[in-house]
Design a binder for this molecule. Structure first.
Ligand SMILES: O=C(O)CCC(=O)C(=O)O
Ligand SMILES: [Fe+2]
Length: 282
């Protein structure tokens, strides 16, 4: 097994391992590299759905995504991404084609918390379709002192799709008005002990205790500082890649458009985490 760093600060790429025949020592090295790098890609895998979910379970409990439309009928913990991006008439279905576009962390709106997300590349377009990642430990470290002081002790409420509730069309009507979940803007990672900025303009509803104008001003300052210099990794997908990221300390975005006449299909699962849990605000 070989682990390399595609950039000095973010991401790890693993080759020469078969997830179905991995030793305990190899898993421990992968998990440590994941904690250090925030996102890890294990190349060249050939997995069935149960094997993919079992690999997710190495990180914790896997559970079904709030978006019911894209759950697999037989394995509800599995989401199939990218099916239906092209309408029968050939035009784009934006809610699927653009799913995950824009910087966010997964599941801040979910009372189960979201430790990790895992994608497996099944069909990859010939150009575009990369996923972007940004290291929020570095974002916190790079914040100006005044901004660090301003967010110290502040919390934010999150709902799926944020204040505009955009992306709501993916949800069933009964799931569109769930109560917000509250998280601190500064999070201490339970495994590494590192502080990171936990901020997510895509799903943020409001910053608690600030009036609208103050909230907007802080959101725009944090947005301007969310990507620190040299904190990004851009993942160029290959079929057989299993990519897992740590939602406690990373932002990601389905960054790059791709040719609509081509398929971009992933399996996906979400890993819950008691320590990544927010407070449900009834
Ligand atoms: O499709 C991608 O590149 C990322 C999608 C995404 O944001 C997610 O699966 O959570
Ligand atoms: Fe996401």
């Amino acid at each position: 097994m070989h682990i390399e760093k595609p950039t000095p600060n973010t991401g790890a790429l693993v080759t020469g391992v078969d997830l179905n025949r991995m030793s305990d020592a190899e898993w421990q090295a992968i998990y440590q590299a994941w904690l250090d790098a925030g996102v890890i890609c294990i190349r060249g895998q050939d997995l069935s759905i149960p094997q993919f979910l079992d690999h997710g379970r190495r990180f914790g409990q896997v559970f079904p995504h709030l978006v019911r439309k894209s759950r697999h009928a037989e394995f509800p913990e599995l989401t199939v991404m990218g099916i239906g991006a092209r309408k029968p008439d050939g035009s784009v279905n934006p809610s699927i084609y653009n799913r995950g576009r824009g910087w966010h962390t997964d599941g801040p709106w979910d009372p189960k918390g979201c430790k990790a997300t895992q994608l497996y590349g099944l069909e990859v377009p010939s150009s575009g379709g990369d996923t972007l990642f940004a290291n929020m430990t570095m974002a916190y470290t790079a914040l100006p002192d005044a901004l660090k002081e301003r967010i110290d002790g502040l919390e934010a409420d999150y709902v799926y799709g944020g204040a505009s509730r955009k992306s709501n069309e993916l949800l069933e009507p009964e799931d569109r008005d769930l109560p917000p979940v509250r998280h601190s803007l500064v999070r201490v990672h339970s495994e590494t002990g590192r502080k990171s900025l936990y901020f997510n303009p895509t799903h943020l509803l409001r910053i608690v205790g600030l009036d609208e104008a103050e909230g907007e001003a802080l959101i725009s300052d944090l947005t301007a500082h969310q990507i620190a210099p040299d904190a990004e990794y851009q993942h160029d997908w290959q079929v057989g890649d299993v990519v897992t990221w740590d939602n406690r300390c990373m932002l990601h975005s389905a960054g790059a458009p791709y040719p609509i006449e081509q398929n971009r299909i992933h399996w996906r699962c979400t890993v819950a985490s008691p320590d990544a849990m927010g407070r449900l605000m009834a």
